[in-house]
Design a protein around this ligand. Sequence first.
Ligand code: DUC
Ligand code: ZN
Ligand code: ZN
Length: 490
Amino acid sequence: MTSDMPFDLTVRNGRISTDTETFEADIGIKDGVIVAIEKNLSPGREDIDAAGRWVLPGGIDSHVHVEQLSGMGVMCADDFHSATVSAVFGGTTTIIPFAAQHRGMKIPEVIADYAKLAREKAVIDYGFHLILANPDETALTVDLPEAIRNGITSLKVYMTYDKLKLDDYQLLDVLELADREGALVMLHAENHDMIRWLAQRLIERGLKAPKFHGVAHDPLAETEATFRAVSLSRLLDVPVLIVHVAGQETVKVIRDARALGAQVHAESCPQYLFLTADDLDQPGLEGAKFCCSPPPRDGASQEAVWEGLKDGTLGVFSSDHAPYRFDKTGKLPKGEQTGFKDMANGVPGIELRMPLLFSEGVMTGRISIEQFVALTSTNHARMYGLAPKKGTIAIGADADLALWNPARETTVTWSMLHDNVGYTPYEGRTLRGWPEVVLSRGRVVVKDNTLNAERGSGRYVPRGKPEPMQRKAAGTSQGALSAWTKGMTA
Ligand code: DUC
Ligand code: ZN
Ligand code: ZN
């Protein structure tokens, strides 16, 4: 690339960070792709001065629920337009929501339905994970291999919820399939019967306020299920990713497993850094705004999650945006009579995920800017088969960029956000640093607090093989599955 070649756009004078380094340079963009990174580039057709700004890869939020029916049959408040608009105002340029199978639904139809919704409305790029509720013969031998070939290279499965839960035998079937086809299995790890048993006892005693959600979802339910998920993964030597890690013991289980060489990856989310069980304990039903599963814990768990993010135990930081309104359509289906078992599980966070971590992680010195990039973007790209086009600033990568102003202070209030939820769990917090300009494939999508993107201008990104599965394919297997397979073929 010579510096006199014309660019559609340049981003000049910024301080650029990737997951490994920080340097000052200009970025030249053509046809939506980064084509030059050097000082003193010749002007483009349009130029953005990024002096005093951090120029970072656009965020990838690999855990969001959009226009999705929950396991309890509740529809999300955000569609693919509001969710992607909200995402991009918060510095995120790619999302991976779920195409959710419920029992009785055919996988190809589920995928086609979500694909249509997103195609018509998304303003930034997106892929899909599949939520798998019925791993029957057709799913395992026909539908999933086809979905994986079409770029849906990750599956979420649940160890709890009556309508979604798989038993251990089924989980092993799914791990075997994922290993064969090169997909990553994401696990919602909570012990179903512990939660069910505790919830039943609480309700029998008339204890149904939101705070009892946190009591029913005891930390041990998460820890036990995570240990079991790790054991299933180790048994077959197949990578897994534990989503939404909340508790300190769970972090320890994952760290110990990784130290033993287990291929266990994990995610955490803003609600486990910035909320606690105390937030659920409020007058009336207000605490419902903070109910998610697993629920936020205590200060010690917050510390453990910070440590896990810093030492790599928790490799991806996602929002788990699960948008439900504080009314009959979401959190309060029975109005004032709603108990914790009736309400939709989840909190919004798609827009504030990155500003919260930037402010409380980078600006306080808890994590480096490179760790921030890794946790919010690069690691997601690698984990879910989007690298090297997404998640970094490099020649040949998509020009998905966010220009952060570290000097800007913002006091959060829901009315400044772009989702349809009607509240934010982070109301009133003052954050330092904000992504003021956001580019998606070279388009200036956010500038001057204004959106400039057509509905449907986001693109579906078929994903390649997740890095854990690439490493697995290249390595030597040690679990029972490979030993058995070797025995059969020797
Ligand atoms: N699991 C999620 O991933 N999100 C919201 C609720 C849940 O149980
Ligand atoms: Zn979950
Ligand atoms: Zn979720």
